[in-house]
Design a protein. Structure first.
Length: 314
């Protein structure tokens, strides 16, 4: 059964690992779903009824955003801080702007962009250094030829552990399986936190609606959630937080497989269509193919990077 996304009107399927909920309009199927829940209240335990009601409400509430099109509002002298505010409305900065909270409980130092070697910035970055390199919104891979030009690959651990999860069990409990029948049988497990699953569902729906054959890229995919460290490091992968997906590895390419050394990665023979990249970016997913240390199969939910890039355009 295929439903229609309330924002795009496009066909999509979003399956929760337990309840199989789909994002549906507020009327029609959703109304029928509510009626079934209400009709069963006399026969189900109260806790289960409440859980089902919340499931319906969360499914209907999905509102996908196109981050390449939303109005850009400047609130301070710092584009990076404004990008965080727009991408994550729950975030708050201290009066002096030196600290921020992403969950209302833990406060992080914003820090500054230091004069350190790129390797140190990659291993132990400040939050501010996540915006050191401006993500190129145009489909041009020449900029990635610059050593260590990896916009979005620099990640502050505290930023992601408070924005998402600090341990595996919590991350797993948030997972939703997302797929679109128009793109084949590929399914990606991603988090529902910060609307990631909704944004991915809308992106896949938009791709399926293009009527182009993208199926080879969604065949034998690398997947979504996987609690692990980045290969050869002690840094948690963004896959651990359920915010990243990998398309077909055979068509994506990964810099380490080429035998290259850090900071000395050569050419990247890209096979990922521009239409896939631009569509995923529109819904907040940056692409690893634009990195010097390329990861062509990799897309990662980083709306703050997309918004910041728009703010920094001349």
């Amino acid at each position: 059964m295929i439903e229609r996304h309330r924002t795009t009107g496009m066909a999509l399927v979003v399956s929760h690992p337990v309840c199989k909920a789909r994002f549906v309009p507020a009327t029609g199927p959703a109304k029928t779903m509510r009626s079934r829940v209400q009709a069963g209240m006399n026969f189900l335990p109260l806790a289960l009824v409440l859980w089902l009601s919340l499931t319906v409400a969360s499914a209907v509430a999905c509102e996908a955003m196109r981050f390449t099109e939303i109005p850009i509002v400047r609130m301070s002298a710092s584009p990076a801080k404004d990008a965080v505010r727009l991408a994550y409305p729950q975030s708050r900065f201290s009066t002096d702007g030196r600290t921020l909270t992403l969950d209302g409980q833990h406060w992080l130092d914003w820090g500054e962009v230091r004069s350190v070697v790129p390797e140190e910035m990659l291993e132990t970055p400040t939050v501010a250094e996540q915006f050191r390199y401006i993500y190129p919104l145009e489909f041009d891979l020449r900029q990635r030829e610059e050593a260590f030009f990896d916009p979005g690959r620099i990640r502050n651990h505290g930023f992601f552990s408070t924005l998402y999860f600090a341990e595996e069990a919590s991350s797993r409990r948030s997972l939703v399986s997302v797929r679109h029948e128009g793109l084949g049988n590929a399914s990606f497990q991603v988090t529902s936190r910060n609307n990631v699953s909704c944004q991915l569902a809308a992106a896949l729906a938009a791709l399926a609606d293009m009527k182009q054959d993208f199926s080879p890229f969604f065949r034998e995919v690398g997947g979504g959630f996987f609690w692990r460290k980045v290969s050869g490091t002690d840094r948690l992968s963004p896959h651990s937080f359920g915010i990243a997906i990998d398309l077909n590895p055979r068509l994506g390419g990964y810099w380490l497989w080429s035998g290259a050394r850090p900071g000395k990665v050569g050419r990247y023979d890209n096979h990922i269509p521009e239409a896939i990249v631009r569509t995923m970016e529109s819904f907040g997913f940056i692409w690893g193919g634009k990195w010097h240390h390329y990861d062509g199969m990799h897309f990662e939910y980083r709306p703050e990077i997309i918004i910041h890039a728009r703010m920094m355009k001349p």
